[in-house]
Design a protein around this ligand. Structure first.
Ligand SMILES: NC(=O)c1ccc[n+]([C@@H]2O[C@H](COP(=O)([O-])OP(=O)(O)OC[C@H]3O[C@@H](n4cnc5c(N)ncnc54)[C@H](O)[C@@H]3O)[C@@H](O)[C@H]2O)c1
Ligand SMILES: C[C@@H](O)[C@H](N)C(=O)O
Ligand SMILES: [Zn+2]
Ligand SMILES: [Zn+2]
Length: 350
C-alpha cells in the first residue's frame, strides 16, 4: 500500500480547500483504517469550503474534509473487535458520549456532547481514512459504494419522511436540494401519493420529477399553497416535509397542510423565523417534529433495507461522479451554484 495519499484538506481559515499529499494514517486504539471506495459532498462540507460563520467557529485547519463514505476496512487498531479487515463499512457521523442524560435515554441522536466526524476531526476526502470503530456501520459487500456513501444523508431523509405515517398520504416537500431529493426517493418508495414538490430551481424541479415527484411547482412564480389546494381538492396535504431552510417555504407549507396533519422539519433557517403560530399550528392541531441527524442505529437499519429493497430511486439523485479528486474545485463550485444533486467521488482512479 502507498505511504502517501491525496486528500482534500482545509489548509487555511479562508475560502476554498487544497488537494495535498499526506501520509496514509495508522489506526489507533478503537479505530479502523479504510480504503475509501466512494465519498460524497454534504452541504456541511460546502459551508466548510465557503468558510461561513459556523465553519469559522468550529473548524480548526489543517483538516481533511468529508464525512459521507463507503469504504473497505484494511487495518484495525488495538481493541477493535466489532469490525474486521475486509468488511465494507459506512460511518455514522455523530460520535456520541454514551453517558449524558440523552444517551442514557437511548436518544443518541441528541447527545449533548456530540462530536462530528469530518468536522471536529479529519474526515474521508482521501484515498484512505480513519473511522472510529464505534461509528462503523457494516454494509453488504454487494451494495454499490455510490449508494453506500449516501446512507448518512439518507438517514436524515428517512427520519424526516418516516417520522409518521406516509403510505398513501398526500405529501408536500419544500426544497429539492440533495436532501430533499433523497426525501422524495424515500417518500415514493414508502408509498406516499401524491408527492408535490415546491422548488424554485428549474434544474432541481426536473431532478425531482426524475426521482418520482408527482407534481412540481416553482414557488417564485406560482403560489404553492393554491397549487397544493388545487391538487388535493381543497383539503391540503396530510404530510409536510420541510427540506429547504427557507422561512417562506415553512410558512407556505404550514398553510398547505390539512388540519390535524403532520409536519417534519429538517431544513435549518438562516435566522429566527416569525410565524402566526396560533393560526398555522395550534388551531390546526398540527403534529410538528424537529428532525436532527439519525436515530442510532434504527435509522441505519431502515436505510440499508430500503437500498437493498431496490425501491429507492437513487440514480437520478447522483448527478455527478468523479474519479479521483483532481476536479474537486469544479465539484464544489457546481454544488454551490445549485447545479447538482449528490456529488460522489471515487478516490481510487483504478
Ligand atoms: N437537521 C439536520 O440534521 C440537517 C442535516 C443535514 C441538512 N440539514 C438542512 O437541510 C436543508 C437541506 O439540505 P440540502 O443540502 O439539500 O440544502 P440545499 O441548500 O442544497 O437545498 C435547499 C433547496 O431549497 C430550495 N429553496 C430555496 N428557497 C425555497 C423556497 N422558498 N421554497 C422551496 N424551496 C426553496 C433551494 O433552491 C434548494 O434547492 C438545509 O437547510 C440543511 O442545512 C439539516
Ligand atoms: C454533520 C451533518 O452534516 C450531518 N449530515 C448530520 O446529519 O448531522
Ligand atoms: Zn453531512
Ligand atoms: Zn451523550
Amino acid at each position: 500500500m502507498a505511504e502517501k495519499m491525496p486528500a482534500i484538506m482545509k489548509t487555511k481559515p479562508a475560502y476554498g480547500a487544497e488537494l495535498v499529499e499526506v501520509d496514509v494514517p495508522k489506526p489507533g486504539p478503537g479505530e479502523v483504517l479504510i480504503k475509501v471506495l466512494a465519498t460524497s459532498i454534504c452541504g456541511t462540507d460546502l459551508h466548510i469550503y465557503e468558510w461561513n460563520d459556523w465553519a469559522k467557529s468550529r473548524i480548526k485547519p489543517p483538516q481533511i474534509m468529508g464525512h459521507e463514505v463507503a469504504g473497505e476496512v484494511i487495518e484495525v487498531g488495538p481493541g477493535v473487535d466489532t469490525v474486521e479487515v475486509g468488511d465494507h463499512i459506512s460511518a455514522e457521523t455523530h460520535i456520541v458520549c454514551g453517558k449524558c442524560y440523552a444517551c442514557r435515554h437511548n436518544r443518541y441522536h441528541v447527545c449533548q456532547n456530540t462530536k462530528i466526524f469530518g468536522v471536529d476531526m479529519d474526515g474521508v476526502f482521501a484515498e484512505y481514512a480513519i473511522v472510529p470503530a464505534q461509528n462503523a456501520w457494516k454494509n453488504p459487500k454487494d451494495m454499490k459504494p455510490e449508494y453506500a456513501t449516501l446512507q448518512e444523508p439518507l438517514g436524515n431523509a428517512v427520519d424526516t419522511v418516516l417520522a409518521g405515517p406516509i403510505a398513501g398520504r398526500s405529501t408536500l416537500i419544500t426544497g429539492a436540494g440533495p436532501l430533499g431529493l433523497l426525501g422524495i426517493a424515500v417518500a415514493k418508495a414508502s408509498g406516499a401519493y401524491p408527492v408535490i414538490v415546491s422548488e424554485p430551481s428549474e434544474f432541481r424541479r426536473e431532478l425531482a420529477k426524475k426521482v418520482g415527484a408527482d407534481y412540481v411547482v416553482n414557488p417564485f412564480e406560482e403560489d404553492p399553497v393554491k397549487f397544493v389546494m388545487d391538487v388535493t381538492d381543497g383539503a391540503g396535504v396530510e404530510v409536510f416535509l420541510e427540506f429547504s431552510g427557507a422561512p417562506k417555504a415553512l410558512e407556505q407549507g404550514l398553510k398547505a397542510t390539512t388540519p390535524g396533519g403532520r409536519v417534519s422539519l429538517l431544513g435549518l433557517y438562516p435566522r429566527d423565523v416569525t410565524l402566526d403560530m396560533n393560526n398555522l399550528v395550534i388551531f390546526k392541531a398540527l403534529e410538528v417534529h424537529g428532525i436532527t441527524g439519525r436515530h442510532l442505529w434504527e435509522t441505519w437499519y431502515t436505510v440499508s433495507s430500503l437500498i437493498q429493497s431496490g425501491k429507492l430511486n437513487l440514480d437520478p439523485v447522483i448527478t455527478h461522479r468523479y474519479k479521483g479528486f483532481d476536479r474537486f474545485e469544479e465539484a464544489f463550485e457546481l454544488m454551490r451554484a445549485g447545479k447538482t444533486g449528490k456529488v460522489v467521488f471515487f478516490p481510487h482512479k483504478r
